[in-house]
Design a binder for this molecule. Structure first.
Ligand code: DQA
Length: 196
């Protein structure tokens, strides 16, 4: 009589672009408490006129102020094991300096709503591109569904991704996506106590 034995499920081989089938590696942790997940630091930058949120065209941008948005981000970040450093300026140079500061080690990733500079600033594109840390473009409105000049983002090609059109929630969604991305990167090189 034939007997059937249950097989332990095996991970399916994954295909990496251009590298054929890669045998999956099973990662064994010494013990749950040995793995230290780093606190992820996200710099949140908002550009021109975003200090006016709450009073500025509420039918487009909603009634939440930038302070409200920053407070919500602090809560979300804390829940996710991260911290946010939220800044706003009406001056392009400040945003460039802060991106450079983030790139020099002050942050692991950036959320940026460049306001109208999205559509005009090659300098911001250069800064984000050379920062070499994951950056997400954020908009409260959906610029692609508005005036023609808003349909082009000069910053987008330098970014990992974009969240737009969800009002104040765009910032939260972007933060969750960025933290998830940073966590995935961090888990591929965890700090295991005693090894560093
Ligand atoms: C915005 C969209 C931009 O086109 C506009 O200039 C802003 C706000 C947004 O969040 O929807 O200032 O970035």
């Amino acid at each position: 009589m034939a007997t059937s034995r249950r097989r332990t499920p095996q991970p399916t081989p994954r295909r990496h672009a251009g590298r054929g089938v890669v045998k999956p590696t099973l990662h064994r942790r010494a013990s749950a408490v040995d793995v230290v997940l780093p606190v992820l630091r996200v710099m949140v930058l908002s550009g021109p006129n975003l200090d006016r949120l709450g009073r500025r065209e509420p039918s487009i941008y909603g009634t939440a102020t930038l302070d409200d948005i920053h407070r919500r981000l602090e809560t979300v970040a804390q829940e996710q094991g991260g911290i946010v450093d939220c800044r706003q300026s009406n001056h392009e140079g400040d945003l460039l300096d802060w991106i450079g500061h983030a790139a020099d080690g002050a942050a692991d990733g950036i959320l940026i709503n460049p306001g109208a500079l999205t559509h005009t600033s090659y300098a911001l594109y250069d800064a984000v591109r050379s920062a070499l840390i994951p950056t997400i473009e954020v908009h409260l409105s959906n610029p692609c569904a508005r005036e023609k000049f808003r349909r082009k983002s000069l910053v987008a090609p330098a970014c990992l991704g974009k969240v737009a059109g969800f009002g104040a929630t765009s910032y939260q969604l972007a933060l969750l996506g960025l933290i998830d991305h940073l966590r995935t990167i961090a888990q591929s090189r965890p700090i295991v106590s005693g090894t560093r």
